[in-house]
Design a protein around this ligand. Structure first.
Ligand SMILES: C[S@@+](CC[C@H](N)C(=O)[O-])C[C@H]1O[C@@H](n2cnc3c(N)ncnc32)[C@H](O)[C@@H]1O
Length: 351
């Protein structure tokens, strides 16, 4: 299922697959340390790797985990199947809950500012569906994977009707036509075989990996903070009622402000992370648009091991809106392969 997400590597997975390769024979995991939508983790799973998903956003973990779930892990026995569970959720009456109060025009009365993220009807549906999933889980009618799948389906449905220009950093003042569609959960294709999956929601600096793990790093490369830009998805997953701030109604996100989003801190943060990770092979995504200068990065990496950059295909630039993307329509993406157990060297000829 496609998901519009800043920095998603969905369009690069075929090229990345060539570098990921087959699982090693020593039982290492593929660690998607900044998993986002899980597009790359899913590719590694298809190549046969056991997968470790990590992201400091809970919503990213859920979206990614849902891509790896197999039919047998989510057969929805208590409901007579996946489609039956979705039918019940899609038929619920809207509820006047937190999303309705804070993120639909109802917020004009309840919060003193009219937020147009969703119509009142759709916001009420999100509340009703999220609350029902939570009740089912409490009653023991859903296992962990079934719960993850339904919440991820709700996030996808939410994205399809949100009145936004790609992220939840703000809502649009004029209603877009998609906002008037009924929010509806859609059934997705599940994987035929189960995979070994570990999910953590940690700051990347806390990850303790093994030497035989293959670690993929796709850190934020601009100043856009994911915790602020995807705050509503995070609230839907956590299912709490935070005190939200400002016209956009942001949940408190500063504790998840990422060092990689600050131009002045990103290079050191990245260098220290790669130094600290106890893995012999690390794959690092790098974008031409990123705020870390490539030469300085390569210099630092050469102190750690051998670092080889590969130019991947050019991709269409992320477009939050039309005017923001006038300058250039495509950007070059790179993958830097770092091998700590090889002699220090930097080969730059491919850039
Ligand atoms: C460029 S996106 C990853 C995109 C992903 N590869 C995909 O294909 O969808 C960067 C991700 O890093 C996460 N992130 C940012 N700072 C982090 C940190 N310090 N620790 C863990 N995750 C972090 C963000 O929440 C975001 O999901």
């Amino acid at each position: 299922m496609t998901f519009r997400y800043i920095g998603s590597k969905a369009r690069l997975v075929e090229e990345l697959a060539k570098h990921i390769g087959s699982p090693n024979q020593t039982g290492g995991m593929f660690v998607d340390a900044f998993c986002g939508t899980g597009a790359v983790a899913e590719t590694a799973m298809k190549l046969g790797w056991p997968v470790w998903l990590n992201d400091h956003m809970v919503s990213a973990g859920i979206i990614s985990a849902a891509r790896l779930i197999s039919k047998n892990e989510a057969n929805f026995k208590c409901f007579g199947g996946y489609s039956e569970a979705l039918k019940i959720l899609n038929g619920l009456e809207p509820l006047h809950g937190f999303i309705w109060r804070e993120y639909s025009p109802a917020s004009a009365l309840t919060a003193g500012v009219e937020r147009r993220y969703f119509t009142e009807e759709n916001a009420g549906r999100i509340d009703a569906i999220r609350s029902q999933i939570s009740l089912w889980k409490k009653d023991g009618q859903l296992n962990r994977q079934e719960e993850q799948l339904l919440i991820a389906d709700l996030l996808s449905a939410t994205n399809r009707v949100a009145n936004i220009a790609g992220t939840y950093g703000c809502f649009l003042s004029k209603w877009q036509s998609q906002a008037f569609n009924n929010l509806e959960l859609l059934q997705r294709e599940l994987n035929p075989q189960p995979t070994t999956v570990r999910i953590t929601c940690e700051d990347v600096s806390n990850l303790q990996v093994n030497p035989n793990d293959l670690v993929y790093l796709d850190p934020p490369y601009t100043k856009r903070q994911y915790a602020a830009y995807y705050h509503i998805l995070e609230t839907i997953v956590i299912n709490d009622e935070p005190e939200v701030q400002g016209v956009s109604g942001l949940r408190p996100w500063q504790m998840k402000a990422s060092d990689f989003c600050y131009k002045k801190r990103a290079l050191d943060a990245l260098t220290n992370l790669i130094k600290k990770l106890n893995s012999n092979r690390i794959l690092l995504s790098y974008s031409e648009e990123g705020h870390v200068p490539i030469n300085q990065l390569m210099d630092n990496l050469s102190q750690i091991g051998s670092a080889t950059p590969f130019k991947l295909m050019k991709v269409g630039r992320y477009r939050p809106n039309k005017t923001a993307s006038m300058a250039r329509s495509t950007v070059s993406e790179y993958l830097i392969v770092i091998e700590k157990d090889k002699l220090s060297s930097v080969r730059e000829e491919v850039i």
